[in-house]
Design a protein around this ligand. Structure first.
Ligand SMILES: Nc1ncnc2c1ncn2[C@@H]1O[C@H](COP(=O)(O)OP(=O)(O)OP(=O)(O)O)[C@@H](O)[C@H]1O
Ligand SMILES: [Mg+2]
Length: 283
């Protein structure tokens, strides 16, 4: 079942002439973990804004084509209604947290929707536990580390129980270990709860192994769209400057060299590469 579908989507911000996304057509299936990547300025954030209705309801400008999310036409659906289906997590967690405590922040969205007290308590506790923030629920957000703040931002979105969570470079302010922990939380939400994940990311070394669908954008257009192993081993991806995982590069180098006979499944992470090398060394 398709949960997000864009058809020939072209969008131009107000006051500029050049469109920021051009003729984008993509389909995202329910339950997928999708990675959107591509060079800076290629339109990734702009596309995410179309998924949750910020475009065209907050950013005016000119939108052409069609965009449907969870069966709703984005153009005809108000942002607050879309927010119950698709949650957006931004780059910088500080911009999303404002309440006096972690739990108040997570409850904030629900209060706005008039969710009953009892139900609210249940959902807030559930979201805090899933993101590993339960023990810190009474802390002030500004006392937390960047990684912890980002987990609170994810919990806030999660409490709304959306079918889709869109994360726009959620770890760019975090160190590699903090980033890894965030990706693990996201992956669990995808695997255990079946939430569709759309992750914008350029650190593919850390994230490729979680994804089953990659979209590569360049200059406002979708240039590659499909199976991660195929895309990450393609010459086009390398030329656009997609951050190919080190394990995938190593595999390509060894394949080209031809001295070691490797299996056919292209590895996306060092564990897969290690497994492959062990198999070769055994024989
Ligand atoms: N509010 C805005 N008004 C006008 N132009 C904008 C606005 N926001 C983004 N743009 C332009 O749209 C294009 C795409 O920007 P966008 O932020 O979507 O790219 P991106 O792929 O998310 O980049 P990055 O990797 O740096 O986050 C850029 O040329 C950018 O300058
Ligand atoms: Mg961006």
């Amino acid at each position: 079942m398709t949960i997000i579908e864009a058809k020939n989507l072209t969008y131009t911000y107000p006051g500029v002439t050049k469109p920021s996304i051009i003729d984008v057509s993509i389909k995202i299936a329910k339950g997928e973990f999708v990675l959107i990547t591509g060079p800076s300025g290629c339109g990734k954030t702009t596309l995410c804004r179309c998924f949750n209705g910020l475009i065209p309801h907050f950013y005016q400008g000119e939108l052409k084509g069609e965009i449907t999310v969870a069966g709703l036409k984005v153009v005809e659906t108000p942002i607050h209604k879309l927010a119950t289906h698709v949650g957006l997590v931004f780059q910088n967690p500080e911009n999303q947290l404002f309440a006096l405590s972690v739990e108040k922040d997570v409850a904030f969205g629900l209060e706005n929707f008039g969710v009953a007290r009892e139900e609210m308590r249940k959902r807030v506790d559930w979201a805090l536990k899933l993101t590993g923030m339960w023990d810190l629920r009474e802390r002030a957000p500004h006392e937390l580390s960047g990684g912890q703040q980002q987990r609170v931002a994810i919990a806030s979105v999660l409490a709304m129980q959306p079918e889709v969570i869109v994360l726009d470079e959620p770890t760019s302010f975090l160190d590699p270990l903090g980033a890894k922990k965030i990706f693990e939380v996201i992956y669990e939400l995808n695997r255990k709860l079946g939430i569709t994940i759309v992750l914008v990311e350029h650190r593919l070394d850390l994230t490729s192994k979680y994804t089953d669908h990659i979209v590569v954008m360049d200059e406002g257009k979708v240039v590659l769209d499909g199976e991660p192993r195929e895309i990450l081993s393609s010459e086009e991806a390398r030329l656009i400057g997609v951050g190919i995982p080190k394990a995938t590069r190593l595999y390509q180098i060894l394949q080209k060299d031809g001295k070691i006979k490797l299996g056919n499944t292209i590895p996306l992470c060092s564990n897969e590469m290690a497994f492959m090398l062990r198999e070769v060394l055994k024989s």
